[in-house]
Design a protein. Structure first.
Length: 445
């Protein structure tokens, strides 16, 4: 340890401490509590909100046109730009569809179902999800290297091996992803996980587990949901239930289909390597690994270039997916009876759990697949039981893989989960979580 100069220690400690503060330490902000990275995104949003619809539209048009060009002009060698735009036919159609939806939404063209305030405009407006994602991606892309590149993952990975592998089937370094997802924001966790998967640190199975298990919504959103449900005074038991259910699901989901059946190989085809042996002196070993990692990443130019590429990858790769899948899902939720039909099987289950107004609540158990906010919006004026409102408010948070945000991000990332995986994971999380939530609800009401 003494062989490492002070420069290496500072290169490990200072960026890592700054990364922890920016991504994982909630601080007061107005009437809310947010992590600094979300506050920076909000501050930028306030300055450019009126232009964000056009900026988002331009981004999606560039993604579509660039992908069309690469569809006809195949690159002779792989470059950053070819990886960005050279996509499969399915993702090419997705990007074109996103551009069409964006044009319709910005200029109010075509059927109102595409651009109404509860569909396209919910995603692409001055206060829409894409506006938030655009600015979050900007800051997160440039600042993620503080968490990833300067030894923090190596240090905590060594310390947390005894916890993460037995409980969640994950390497110790995933503890930082999980914490950033849970305390900070689920979108940030997905980005961290995708980046590490691409760099060969996680297997396909591990990346899928982290991306679909720990990307919970922020505390601020949970407070908003509870306020809409008229249950603000129950925040502590409510968020305690969210944490309990989240833990139980994090233990169960990696051990069952479809996550347990994911290939346990790395992105380059290498088989799983168990590097989880706990060293005799974990703190000393973790510090040595961290110092070595920090030493390798001392180039400021490389860090800035890597951050810039992260931002473009998120903007071009993820935002069109959120727009395309999110708009289609919201149209189905708003203008069809699809979710009432597929939610029908939940009615006897809710009756079995002695949940009042089971018939009215059943569709709300599945509509959250489109957007995390829809269940509580649709419950207002329909659900009068406090117990049922508590169940709806809690389930809408712990389902996690809604298409308009985390689900869309997962599909747009390199993490190996597909649309049908998300459906199965969503249903299983709902079925497993409901008895726990109902049990707490019966104690409270």
């Amino acid at each position: 340890m003494n062989s490492y100069p002070l420069k290496n220690w500072l290169l490990f400690l200072l960026p890592s401490a700054l990364g922890i503060f920016l991504f994982m330490i909630p601080i007061p902000y107005g009437e809310d509590v947010k992590v600094p990275i979300a506050i920076l995104a909000d501050l930028l949003n306030n300055q450019i909100a009126e232009y964000m619809s056009i900026i988002g539209l331009i981004t999606m048009i560039i993604a579509a046109l660039g992908s069309l060009v690469f569809a006809f002009v195949k690159p002779t060698r792989e470059t950053f730009w070819s990886k960005l735009f050279n996509v499969t036919p399915f993702w090419l159609v997705t990007r074109i569809l996103a551009a069409i939806f964006a044009i319709a939404t910005v200029f109010k063209l075509g059927p109102e179902a595409i651009w109404s305030e509860n569909t396209g405009s919910l995603l692409l407006s001055s206060e829409g999800l894409i506006t938030f994602l655009f600015t979050v991606f900007l800051f997160a892309g440039f600042l993620l290297p503080l968490l990833l590149n300067f030894g923090l993952l190596e240090f905590f990975g060594t310390l947390m091996t005894k916890v993460m592998r037995p409980l969640f089937k994950l390497p110790g370094r995933s503890s930082i992803d999980a914490l950033a997802s849970w305390v900070g924001d689920g979108t940030i966790g997905v980005l961290m996980t995708s980046k590490q998967y691409e760099e060969g640190y996680y297997t396909k199975r591990e990346a899928a587990i982290i991306g679909t298990t720990f990307s919970v919504v922020s505390i601020t959103f949970a407070i908003t949901i509870l306020d809409k449900a008229g249950l603000s005074s129950y925040f502590l038991p409510y968020y305690g239930t969210v944490a309990l259910v989240g833990f139980v699901l994090a233990v169960i989901m990696p051990r069952i289909f479809p996550l347990a059946q994911k290939d346990n190989t790395y992105i380059d085809g290498r088989p799983f390597e168990n590097k989880d042996a706990t060293p005799k002196h974990p703190v000393r070993t973790g510090a040595q690994l961290a110092l070595e990692a920090a030493k390798k990443n001392s180039s400021l130019g490389h860090t800035v270039r890597s951050g810039f590429q992260n931002v473009l990858d998120m903007w071009i790769g993820v935002i069109p997916v959120v727009m395309a899948f999110g708009t289609v899902a919201l149209i189905l939720a708003e203008y069809t009876s699809l979710f009432s039909i597929i939610g029908k099987p939940f009615e006897p289950y809710l009756n079995l759990l002695n949940i009042p107004q089971a018939a009215e609540a059943a569709p709300l158990m599945v509509v959250g697949f489109t957007d995390m906010y829809l269940p509580i919006i649709l419950a207002q004026g329909v659900i009068t039981s406090q117990l049922t409102m508590f169940v709806v408010a809690t389930i809408s948070v712990v389902q996690l893989v809604f298409l308009a945000e985390v689900g869309g991000l997962l599909l747009g990332s390199k993490i190996p989960v597909n649309f049908f995986d998300l459906i199965i994971i969503f249903i299983l999380r709902t079925v497993i979580a409901l008895p726990i939530i109902a049990g707490v609800g019966h104690l409270l009401f």
